[in-house]
Design a protein around this ligand. Structure first.
Ligand code: WT7
Length: 658
């Protein structure tokens, strides 16, 4: 299952939405989309402000966009609002008050539901608990939680009081938590005693304790601990407080803080091509408008929908399309704690489909890696269940192979549900390229056309738009409300990473390679930088390399991706050892675990190859391209004349064959 450009070039099948779907959709035809899109690009400020008016503001903005200090954008300048109030309070005056906001299911099978009124109360209680414990506006708060309603409550409570949350995915290590605490300067952490994942308990509190023992975390004054799995955890006197104790004495009255449109909302760390993860900063109003509008049109969300996005709140997809976007739309959101292949029974790949049937899910949004895993597990799992409640499917995170798309369409969607293949990034905050489901005929493997207000293009090195089917770099030519504002504490890196390449034109560089076909449809190929996409998650090769080099035995390492049937890309590490150290199986295992400990399980190399030397140019740069080619099959192409010592390659290839 390759995701390269060639395999898509002959993909011409076209899947228009059904007449029934289009008739009921907000945007029901290609012509309607074209007209709206044209208007949104000709007068973006008019488009975005009309949408923003559907939300609640305590003070209206004076100016929609201030781009005078580009690339530092200000949206809805002078406006005052609160995203927590827009996700909660806004719905309490009418019939949505008693509507289910969150249907939650734990991995062991326990369930809870919260109405909008109940979720509002929980958020107010915890907001006051935060305040009572000294957390105030502008403070950074780390959230390291399992997928339980309290994760959403914690985010919404921070947003309510103006504290800046930074959610750390529960699969990340203590070291990763510590890095994020240090970089963000967080003074509080919200966690749980543990969470359920594939039948075992993730020791979240234990990891936090370990993180707080190290340098850079001294300023953390408070740790809130939710009881979830009931196992013993150490509580440090004066620092740690149980969630239930913190809310026990708190008032349920907590008016939302009136925030400036540009007040920081959250920082979310994501991998870059060099160094430590980057703290993507999103601010209040633009992010709110972007996630609200995209959820409304892309999922064409309705009051009677049961919407399920299978992401974890630790990633941007969970932020934008489990919490903020759907709740701002007053939707009913299904939230699930565990893994798709572990229910109450061992490796039960029917768990998701049984949940779709039982909760009558209407909109289902997942990642290609999950779809490929379902294909491998077998059709007999979904076939056991009634999936007729589904009306719309979505995918995100990496290019979807046409084969997987067709399987999703037939086996899950019953050939009835449009599929929205949504391209976007942590940085973009909201969906950027996607079919609008009632309007755009889809092609398997293509994210199709830009979303309203999004000026996406494929350009060459000089910034000129490329012709049909010519590959190039994906850029966004105009600012959009939910764009990142900067990298936390590093404006220079923000400018360098995203804006320097097309500085004169003022284009945002997404870092992806792509092409547009003769119909203008976008086909995303993948990252152009040293960032891997493992199971839809971004992983910097440099991060894995520095994790490896931090081990006593390692002299040098080079990490590359190789095609992987399930994960999209797998991680291969070439490692040279310090002199006197002999490679063996135990060391191999130890190094893999070491990476897991330094970063998190998702970063563990699938394979470690010990080598006497790495291929380098005469100027000392590791030639990753050659290593990639070796991993993908061993054939070396292109120019190797700059290679310092060609025997390195021959010996690496020898290993491949032996
Ligand atoms: C990178 C962003 C946005 C939420 C999940 C990942 C790749 C994302 C698609 C898609 C092809 C995609 C890109 C992008 N990507 N969605 N529908 N088709 N590629 O967020 O971790 O910030 O990663 O994911 O390479 O740059 P992220």
């Amino acid at each position: 299952m390759s995701t390269n450009i060639e395999s898509h070039l002959d993909e011409t099948r076209l899947f228009p939405p059904s007449q029934g779907f289009s008739e009921n959709a907000r945007i029901g035809s290609r012509a309607a989309y074209d007209a709206l899109y044209r208007k949104s690009i000709e007068s973006p400020e008019e488009f975005w402000s009309a949408e923003a008016e559907e939300l609640q503001w305590s003070r209206k903005w004076d100016q929609v966009l201030d781009w005078s200090k580009a690339p530092f954008a200000k949206w809805f300048v002078g406006g005052k609002t609160n995203i927590s109030a827009n996700c909660l309070d806004r719905h309490l005056d009418g019939p949505r008050k008693d509507k289910t906001a969150i249907i939650w299911e734990g991995e062991p099978g326990d369930t809870r539901t919260l109405t909008y009124a109940e979720l509002h109360e929980q958020v107010c209680l915890f907001s006051n608990a935060l305040k009572n414990n000294g957390v105030t506006k502008g403070d950074r708060v780390i959230i390291y939680m399992p997928m339980v309603p309290e994760a959403a409550v914690a985010m919404l409570a921070c947003a309510r009081i103006g504290a800046v949350h930074s959610v750390v995915f529960g699969g990340f290590s203590a070291d990763s938590i510590r890095d994020r605490i240090a970089d963000s300067g967080a003074t509080a952490v919200i966690t749980a005693d543990g969470g359920w994942r594939r039948g075992s308990i993730v020791p979240l509190k234990h990891n936090v304790d370990e993180a707080l023992n190290g340098q850079g975390a001294e300023q953390v004054a408070r740790v809130f601990v939710l009881r979830r799995t009931e196992q013993d955890v150490a509580m440090q006197e004066g620092r740690d407080v149980w969630w239930h104790d913190a809310v026990a004495g708190a008032s349920s009255d907590c008016p939302a803080e009136e925030l400036d449109a540009e007040d920081p909302l959250f920082i979310l760390y994501t991998s870059g091509s060099t160094g430590k993860p980057k703290g993507i900063l999103h601010t209040t109003a633009g992010y709110m408008v972007g996630t609200y509008v995209s959820t409304k049109y892309v999922f064409d969300i309705r009051d009677d929908d049961v919407y399920w996005c299978t992401a974890d709140v630790g990633w941007i997809t969970g932020h934008s399309y489990i919490v903020y976007g759907p709740l701002a739309n007053g939707a009913t959101v299904l939230m699930y704690e565990g893994a798709p292949n572990q229910g109450t029974k061992e490796a039960d790949w029917g768990r998701f489909w049984e949940m779709v049937q039982r909760h009558k899910v209407t909109i289902f949004y997942t990642a290609p890696t999950a779809i490929r895993a379902f294909i491998k597990a077998g059709e007999h799992f979904p076939e056991k269940y009634d999936l007729s409640s589904l009306r719309l499917l979505g995918t995100v995170g990496e290019p979807i192979n046409p084969e997987a798309w067709i399987w999703y369409h037939k086996t899950i969607g019953g050939e009835r549900c449009p599929i929205v293949d949504t391209w976007w990034q942590t940085e973009t905050g909201a969906i950027m390229i996607t079919p609008v489901p009632g309007a755009i005929p889809t092609k398997p493997g293509s994210a199709t056309l830009p979303f309203l207000g999004v000026d996406a293009a494929i350009v060459d090195e000089t910034g000129e738009e490329t012709g049909p089917n010519e590959g190039g770099k994906l850029v966004i030519r105009k600012p959009w409300p939910s764009m990142l504002r900067t990298l936390w504490g590093d404006d220079d890196r923000y400018v360098d990473t995203y804006w320097k390449e097309y500085q004169e034109k003022g284009y945002y560089l997404a870092g992806d390679g792509a092409r547009r076909d003769e119909d203008g449809y976008f086909w995303i190929v993948g990252r152009l930088d040293d960032v891997l996409n493992v199971s839809g998650h971004r992983l910097g090769t440099a991060e894995v390399e520095s994790a490896l080099v931090s081990h006593d035995t390692v002299a040098e390492s080079a990490v590359v991706g190789r095609p992987d049937e399930i994960k999209g890309q797998g991680v291969v590490a070439f490692v040279t050892l310090k002199s006197g150290i002999e490679p063996n199986e135990d060391l191999n295992k130890e190094l893999r675990n070491h990476v897991g400990k330094v970063i998190g399980a998702i970063a563990k190399p699938d394979e470690i190859r010990f080598t006497a030397a790495l291929p380098k140019t005469r100027s000392g740069k590791i030639m990753r391209r050659l290593l990639k080619e070796i991993c993908a099959g061993g054939k070396i192409s292109g120019d190797t004349t700059t290679l310092e010592d060609f025997s390195v390659i021959t010996s690496l290839q020898g290993k491949e064959e032996g």
